[in-house]
Design a protein around this ligand. Structure first.
Ligand SMILES: [Zn+2]
Length: 226
């Protein structure tokens, strides 16, 4: 399914310091549709399968940013103490199955837990893993990881400094609302949306988010549910 949409590169694993093969996705892939919680659907391909890289030698798993940015020494010490003594072998998969992608995300989340990593990063992994389950039609697992993503985004909102990359605090509030909406928590969804709708600075600075918040609000009011 992935022919021509991915390519293999070699990267230095920050934990074991060996070169490992990883798969990157090409940036121009045709978008089919986008869900209200930002899950994007592409024709015959799911780039989220490749978000989390896994070192084929030591099993370290993280997204490209983490893999290629300096990891603090105190975190490396913890990760090396675990990974370099355990001989975890995760075979390289140029074309990932659902199971390969799931393993990558779960390992990524596990390592973030171990180093007490950022909630915003945990939210990203949990949310994208939920999207993978959505595409696969696994509603139980999707709901479980959507709920986790919402909790992690809430924690990030409370503890981290925004913007994080391109992600503003208002965009995060909207995402939390969209997640709660999709898992049927209308009350929570509307309470987050009202924060956006009642804040005049959102209208000034991020009118697109205000529009999206109003659309979702009227969907909820009309009783339209996923
Ligand atoms: Zn490694």
């Amino acid at each position: 399914m992935a022919v021509g949409k991915t390519f293999v590169v070699e990267k230095l694993c920050p934990v074991c310091e060996q070169m490992t093969r990883v798969v990157k996705t090409r940036s121009r892939i045709a978008v089919v549709s986008r869900d209200e919680d930002a899950c994007t659907h592409y024709a015959d391909f799911n780039p989220y399968y490749y978000t989390v890289w896994v070192c084929e030698h030591c099993g370290f798993a993280a997204d490209e940013t983490t893999f290629t940015t300096k990891i603090p020494d105190r975190h490396l010490q913890i990760l090396r103490a675990i990974l370099l003594t355990k001989n975890i072998k995760i075979p390289f998969a140029e074309e990932r199955t659902l199971g390969n992608a799931e393993t990558a995300f779960l390992l990524g989340l596990k390592f973030l837990d171990i180093i007490h990593g950022k909630a915003s990063k945990k939210a990203k992994y949990a949310h994208q893993l939920a999207w993978i389950y959505r595409e696969a039609g696994d509603k139980v697992q999707e709901a479980e990881f959507m709920a986790k993503a919402a909790k992690f985004y809430e924690e990030a909102l409370a503890k981290e400094h925004f913007p994080i990359g391109a992600m503003t605090d208002n965009a995060t509030i909207y995402l939390i609302a969209a997640i709660y909406y999709r898992i049927g928590e209308r009350q929570k969804a509307t309470s987050y949306l009202s924060r956006l709708i009642s804040d005049p600075s959102v209208r000034e600075r991020e009118p697109r988010i205000l529009d999206k918040a109003r659309d979702l609000w009227s969907d909820i009011r009309a009783g339209r549910r996923k």
